[in-house]
Unconditional design. Structure first.
Length: 659
C-alpha cells in the first residue's frame, strides 16, 4: 500500500479544435510510450481511442477516451476529447477531472474559435497547460504567425521552449532551447520572459546568472504548474516528430496529481458508457481515498449506497481489471446501478468546480415507424441521455411526442448511427428549431392565496426583478421561519426553477432575481404539497405582471475566406442581423470576426462552403443569449395546464400529485 502511494501520476486532457490532429497525436503518444505496438490511424479507422463504430467510420472523435501509460517512471492518464463543437459536452466533462492540459494548434489554421473557448475554460479552472503546434510540415505552416495569434487571442504568457528547424516540407524537428547548442537569441528570449515575471530572476539575469539552465528550467516548471506560464513545443504528430519531446515536457512541467489514499473517499463520475456484458461503466476520477472491488460506496448525489463489482482500466476495446482505484487516479467502476454523470461518490469537499461550455441551442422531434415499439425508442433515448444529460429527453405522454436537445447537425447523424448500431432502431429527426428563452421585461410582484378547494392553505408573494445577462436565476427568501416553516420554504425554493421552465411564450425564463417577500401556512389546513401547487401559480402571476422579453442564442464566429469573397460575406452577415469587426487581411485570405444570431445562420456554413468552393472555414461557439429585435417573435406550445388558469391547474396538479 505504501509503495502504491508513491506512484507519481499526471492526469492530462488533450484538447483542440476539429482537425488539429488530436487523436493522431494521442495515438503516437501511446505508440512512443510503448503502450501500443502498432500505430492506428484516424483516416483508416484503427485509432485505439476511437472505439465506437461511428468514430471509425467518420474519422472524428465523439466520446472522450481514456488511455493510461508510463513515461519516465510517471503514470499518465490521458483523455483524448472530441474536437467538434457538437460534442462540447464531452469536453466539458473531461475538463472537470483533468489536472493538466495539452492544447493542440494547427501550424496552418492557427488559433480557432473553439481553441479560444477551451483556453478560457482552462484558465477559469486554473489548469496548467502546454501548447503543441502540430502539422509543422504542411504547406502554409507558419509557426511565427501562430505564436503571434496565440499570444494575442490566448495569453501573452505563452513561451516556446523549442526552436523549429526549417519550415513546411523541409521541417525536420525542433531544437530544445535548454540544450547546450541551442540558438542564443531564442534562448535569451525565453530567459527574458522568465526574468520579466520575477524580481529575483530579473536580478539574477541582470547579474549575468544565466549559466545554470537547470535552475531556470525549474522556475518555468513552477510557473507552469501554477498556471502562470505556458510552454510551447512543435511537431508533426502524423510522422511522430516532436511526440517524445511533448511527453518529456509533460513530465518536466506538469504537477503531479494530489490526494491522500488514506482519507475518506471523494470522487466524481465524469462519463457513463455501456459494456455489452458488464452493463453500466462509470468513469470515476478519485480525489481522496481508495475504492476496491466489492467495496460499498456512498453515492452522495443520490443519497444511496452502491456495491462495486469491478474496477478496470479501459482503453479502446481493451479492459484490464486493476482491483483498486486510488486518490489521484482515474478508472472505470462497475456495479454502480442507476449512477449518472456528475454524481459525487463519498464526500463532496475535494471535488473541483466545473466549467460550463456546452449549451444545447436546438430542439428536435424524433419520429419512428409504426412497427417500432414506443417503449423501446423512449428507453433507448433515456439510456443515451444518461450518457449525455444535455440531450434532456422529453416524452410528452398526452401528445405522444418525443423531443431532444442537441448541439448541431453532426450530433444528429451520430445519434442516428448509434441508435441503429446499438439498439437496432431506425428513427428520423424533424427540422431542428432554435431554443429561445424569456426574461422579465420589468420588476413586479406575483401573489397567490391557495385556500380552496380544502384541505389546503398556502400564501406566497414573490418580488420578480430582471437580472444581468447570463446571471440565470437568483433566489432568496426574506420570510421568517415563524411565518413559514423551513420545510415549506424549502419546498417553495425547490419548485421555483421548475415553475420557470415555461414562461408566457412557452420558453424557459432566465436572468432574473426572485425574492420571497411573504409566506404563510396554516397549522391545521396546510398539506406539505400545497406549496408545490402554489409556487407555479404565484410565479406565473408575477410574470403576467412583469411581462417577458424574448432572448435568442448568439454565436461568436470567425470566418476565413479568399479575399475576393470577403465583400459577399460581410453583406451576408448584415442580412443575417450579424455584427462584425473590421476584416483582417492575411496573405490572400480575409478573416472576419463577429456575432451572429443562431436562428438566421443555421444553414450558412453550407452556403459559405458552396460559394467559396470549399476554400473557407466557419468556426463558431456559443456567446450567450441576447434580446431579440421587436419584430422577431417565437412562441412554443405550452406543455400541460397553464398555472394562470388557476382552477384548471389546481385540479390537474392535485390529480397528478395523488396519482
Amino acid at each position: 500500500m505504501i509503495q502504491q502511494q508513491r506512484v507519481e501520476r499526471i492526469n492530462v486532457g488533450i484538447f483542440a479544435h476539429v482537425d488539429a490532429g488530436k487523436t493522431t497525436t494521442t495515438e503516437h503518444i501511446l505508440y512512443e510510450s510503448g503502450r501500443i505496438r502498432a500505430l492506428g490511424s484516424v483516416d483508416s479507422g484503427t485509432a485505439l481511442t476511437d472505439s465506437m463504430e461511428v468514430e471509425r467510420q467518420r474519422g472524428i472523435s465523439v466520446r472522450a477516451a481514456l488511455a493510461s501509460f508510463t513515461w519516465q517512471g510517471v503514470q499518465i492518464n490521458l483523455v483524448d476529447t472530441p474536437g467538434h463543437v457538437d460534442f462540447l459536452s464531452e469536453v466539458e466533462r473531461s475538463l472537470r477531472v483533468m489536472d493538466c492540459a495539452v492544447l493542440i494548434l494547427s501550424a496552418v489554421e492557427g488559433v480557432q474559435a473553439q481553441s479560444e473557448m477551451i483556453w478560457n475554460a482552462l484558465r477559469k479552472l486554473g489548469i496548467p497547460t502546454l501548447i503543441f503546434v502540430n502539422k509543422m510540415d504542411r504547406i502554409g505552416a507558419d509557426p511565427a504567425a501562430v505564436l503571434t495569434q496565440a499570444r494575442t487571442y490566448l495569453s501573452g504568457d505563452i513561451v516556446p521552449v523549442q526552436q523549429p528547424l526549417y519550415r513546411e516540407r523541409e521541417y525536420i524537428g525542433a531544437a530544445d532551447l535548454w540544450s547546450e547548442g541551442a540558438d542564443a537569441a531564442a534562448r535569451t528570449e525565453l530567459l527574458e520572459a522568465l526574468a520579466e515575471r520575477d524580481e529575483e530572476l530579473l536580478e539574477l539575469y541582470m547579474a549575468g546568472g544565466t549559466a545554470d539552465l537547470a535552475r531556470w528550467k525549474r522556475e518555468l516548471a513552477v510557473r507552469t504548474a501554477a498556471g502562470r506560464m505556458y510552454p510551447l513545443v512543435y511537431g508533426v504528430a502524423a510522422k511522430g516528430l516532436g511526440v517524445t519531446a511533448l511527453l518529456d515536457a509533460m513530465t518536466q512541467y506538469f504537477p503531479r496529481a494530489g490526494g491522500d489514499a488514506e482519507q475518506p473517499v471523494s470522487g466524481i463520475v465524469y462519463n457513463i458508457q455501456r459494456d455489452k456484458s458488464m452493463g453500466r461503466m462509470a468513469f470515476v476520477r478519485l480525489y481522496q481515498g481508495t475504492i476496491r472491488n466489492r467495496d460499498t460506496v456512498m453515492n452522495y448525489t443520490q443519497d444511496v449506497q452502491a456495491k462495486v463489482t469491478q474496477i478496470r482500466k479501459v482503453e479502446g476495446g481493451r479492459t484490464e481489471d486493476v482491483g483498486a482505484l486510488e486518490a489521484g487516479d482515474i478508472a472505470v467502476v462497475y456495479g454502480l446501478s442507476g449512477v449518472r454523470i456528475g454524481d459525487v461518490l463519498g464526500r463532496p469537499e475535494a471535488i473541483p468546480q466545473e466549467a460550463k461550455l456546452a449549451v444545447p441551442l436546438l430542439t428536435v422531434r424524433v419520429f419512428w415507424g409504426e412497427d417500432a415499439d414506443d417503449h423501446k425508442v423512449i428507453a433507448a433515448f433515456q439510456e443515451l441521455a444518461d450518457e449525455d444529460p444535455l440531450l434532456d429527453t422529453q416524452w410528452l405522454q398526452e401528445e405522444r411526442e418525443l423531443h431532444i436537445k442537441v448541439m448541431g447537425p453532426i450530433q444528429l447523424e451520430i445519434l442516428d448511427s448509434v441508435l441503429q448500431e446499438r439498439f437496432g432502431l431506425k428513427v428520423t429527426f424533424g427540422q431542428p428549431s432554435v431554443i429561445y428563452r424569456e426574461t422579465p421585461s420589468r420588476a413586479g410582484e406575483g401573489y397567490i392565496a391557495y385556500l380552496m378547494p380544502k384541505p389546503c392553505w398556502a400564501i406566497l408573494r414573490f418580488q420578480i426583478e430582471p437580472g444581468p445577462p447570463g446571471s440565470g436565476l437568483v433566489y432568496e427568501s426574506l420570510v421568517r421561519s415563524s411565518d413559514l416553516l423551513p420545510q415549506y420554504q424549502n419546498e417553495t425554493a425547490r419548485r421555483v426553477p421548475e415553475a420557470l421552465q415555461q414562461g408566457l411564450r412557452g420558453w424557459e425564463v432566465t436572468d432574473l432575481k426572485i425574492t420571497l417577500v411573504e409566506g404563510n401556512h396554516h397549522v391545521w389546513h396546510t398539506h406539505p404539497l400545497d406549496f408545490a401547487v402554489a409556487t407555479p401559480m404565484a410565479i406565473m402571476d408575477g410574470l403576467a405582471h412583469t411581462g417577458t422579453s424574448l432572448l435568442e442564442p448568439v454565436l461568436q464566429v470567425r470566418i476565413v475566406v479568399p479575399e475576393e469573397n470577403g465583400g459577399r460575406v460581410m453583406n451576408d452577415l448584415v442580412q443575417m442581423r450579424g455584427t462584425f469587426e473590421p476584416p483582417v487581411l492575411q496573405g490572400e485570405r480575409m478573416i472576419i470576426e463577429g456575432r451572429l444570431p443562431l436562428a438566421t445562420s443555421l444553414d450558412y456554413p453550407v452556403t459559405l462552403s458552396s460559394y467559396t468552393k470549399g476554400r473557407s472555414t466557419f468556426t463558431s461557439f456559443f456567446a450567450g443569449y441576447e434580446p431579440c429585435p421587436p419584430d422577431v417573435t417565437a412562441e412554443r406550445t405550452r406543455r400541460g395546464v397553464n398555472p394562470l388558469d388557476q382552477a384548471k391547474y389546481i385540479l390537474s396538479v392535485r390529480k397528478a400529485l395523488q396519482g
